[in-house]
Design a protein. Structure first.
Length: 259
């Protein structure tokens, strides 16, 4: 990244070609950041609270146990859930090729969180120098070393998938199987399964589960009782909902609220 561009972003001269700037900001509950489309890639995580990030590529909930990689040129919108301590690292195209081609959630490992925090602090030093490059190299190694489950709700383009996904989001307690959808739409369920895998990168069941999780996190933030959320999402018991929540986010709904 050219020196002038680095100065334009942060007002600080950055000597490494890899890092543009770091960002440390705290936000109140329900704060909304308007859409952006940076030419830079971004790694974001919340030290506390959670973020709902929406983009044309999909939607994510960034809980404290996860970090988010936003690829360059992706327009997005962020809504804060709870008091959010946001930490962001902006990187340029010279390093973006070492990260996933598409935006996705990353495991928020303790090491990753500590490196991001250190990089964001160092980026604001008057002379960050060589240390930032070393920290960023370590950050990229950590990201590429540890694969993580993604709480990601990609948006379908195929009209058949769009009709299914829209219905699910409007009827989160619905229990239709892919076989049921095949009969309704006049397609072999195996064809629909392949479409989900090819276009959305996940199965029908996983996509529906992620849609339920996104809604659950919104409702938890609104203060709705956990049992009511479980029933409204089509779960017969609160324990079944809790098991699904923990499997995806590594914590229970009640622990998430405490955090």
């Amino acid at each position: 990244m050219h020196q002038a561009q680095a100065q334009a972003c942060s007002g600080v001269e950055v000597h490494t070609p890899l890092l543009v700037r770091g960002l440390n900001r705290d936000f109140a509950d329900s704060t909304i950041l308007t859409e952006h489309a940076y030419s830079l890639g971004q790694i974001k995580f919340a030290q506390s609270g959670a973020m709902v990030v929406s983009s044309a590529d999909g939607n994510w909930v960034v809980a404290p146990t996860r970090a988010l990689w936003l690829a360059p040129h992706v327009r997005y919108r962020v809504r804060m859930m709870g008091k959010v301590q946001l930490r962001s690292v902006f990187v340029n195209a010279e390093v973006a090729h070492r990260l996933p081609a598409r935006s996705c959630l990353l495991p928020g490992t303790p090491l990753l969180r500590e490196i991001v925090a250190a990089v964001t602090m160092a980026a604001n030093d008057e002379q960050p120098g060589r240390r930032i490059g070393l920290l960023l190299d370590l950050l990229l190694e950590e990201i590429n070393e540890v694969p993580g489950a993604r709480l990601h709700l990609p948006s379908p383009r195929d009209y058949r998938l769009a009709s299914i996904c829209t219905y699910i989001q409007e009827h989160l307690d619905d229990t239709k199987s892919l076989k049921d959808w095949g009969r309704e739409l006049g397609y072999d369920p195996r064809t629909l399964h392949r479409l989900f895998q090819h276009e959305l990168g996940m199965s029908f069941l996983k996509w529906r589960e992620h849609a339920k999780l996104l809604a659950a996190l919104e409702w938890l933030n609104q203060g709705r009782p956990i049992l009511n959320i479980a029933l409204d999402l089509g779960y017969q018991t609160q324990s079944a909902f809790t098991a699904m929540f923990r499997r995806n986010l590594g914590t229970t709904p009640s622990e998430f609220l405490k955090e």
